[in-house]
Design a protein around this ligand. Structure first.
Ligand code: HEC
Length: 236
């Protein structure tokens, strides 16, 4: 019994001393942040996100030196179209953070707004995109028709083959409209393969046009974008 009390006493003393020694020497608590690297913050008000078929993602994505994003997160706007979205764990190997559309392979299809890592404030890269129409048709108009096609199809005095591909006119001029330089319909909603637009811009000059368009769009991503739009119902 006495032995036990003694042992307890010794133990208590040791504990008390250890405690006393620790005072002021408690090692600084190591803070482990939940996220490492940079964080990107996107704010925007968008419309048209639901016009993209499943093969695509409207996303906030981080890119290095390739066309494929290293990390990304899909946007989910609220009922008014507002988004506040964070993307974490962005490493030094990232060159830009983009509000963009990617395909299922995470390959960049097109970009609405972008910021580089060097624009970071502290460890946050702010991307304030404002009001953005992200709809699929607007994307095709701005990225393909305006830049590659409208010069001959509507911007000059006459629209080649009577096809007007300028902003605000292209949809009515294409969807369910008969072609003039070959048999068929320019755009058949739900059927890219049979649409004259598809046959004209893809390799092979299937319709034998005197003016071949087959090397006008060389990006397979853009050719597929048009096909996906038609197959998803050719929505405006
Ligand atoms: C350099 C002028 C030029 C450019 C640029 C051009 N086109 Fe054309 N396009 C023509 C001409 C000329 C025709 C008529 C060809 C023929 O009859 O052989 C035509 C015909 C077409 C037709 C067939 C229309 C019909 O009703 O028969 C489609 C579809 C078409 N173009 C789409 C496009 C698209 C999409 C682009 C952009 C990627 C584009 N074109 C760029 C000159 C151009």
């Amino acid at each position: 019994m006495i032995k036990k009390i003694c042992i307890n006493f010794v133990l208590l003393t040791v504990l008390w001393t250890a405690q006393a020694c620790d005072d002021g020497l408690i090692p600084e608590k190591t803070y482990t942040p939940e996220h490492t690297g940079y964080t990107a913050k996107l704010t925007a008000r968008i419309s048209g996100a639901d016009s993209w078929p499943e093969y695509y993602d409207v996303a906030l994505a981080a890119f290095g030196d390739s066309e494929y994003s290293r990390t990304q997160t899909t946007v989910h706007p609220d009922a008014d179209g507002n988004i506040t979205l964070l993307l974490y764990n962005i490493g030094e190997d990232v060159q830009s953070v983009e509000f963009c559309v990617t395909n299922t392979l995470r390959r960049r299809v097109l970009t609405f707004a972008s910021a580089s890592l060097s624009e970071a404030v502290g460890d946050t890269i702010y991307l304030e995109a404002g009001d953005v129409d992200v709809s699929m048709y607007t994307a095709i108009q701005e990225n393909i028709f305006n830049t590659n096609c409208a010069t001959c199809h509507g911007l000059s005095t006459t629209a080649a083959a009577g096809l007007n591909l300028t902003e605000g006119n292209s949809y009515a001029s294409m969807v369910d409209q008969p072609a003039t330089s070959a048999e068929g319909t320019r755009v058949i909603p739900g059927n890219a393969e049979e649409s004259v637009l598809h046959k004209v811009i893809n390799p092979g000059n299937e319709l034998g046009l005197t003016f071949s368009h087959e090397n006008m769009i060389t990006s397979s991503t853009e050719l597929r974008l048009i096909d996906e739009w038609i197959n998803a119902g050719a929505q405006n």
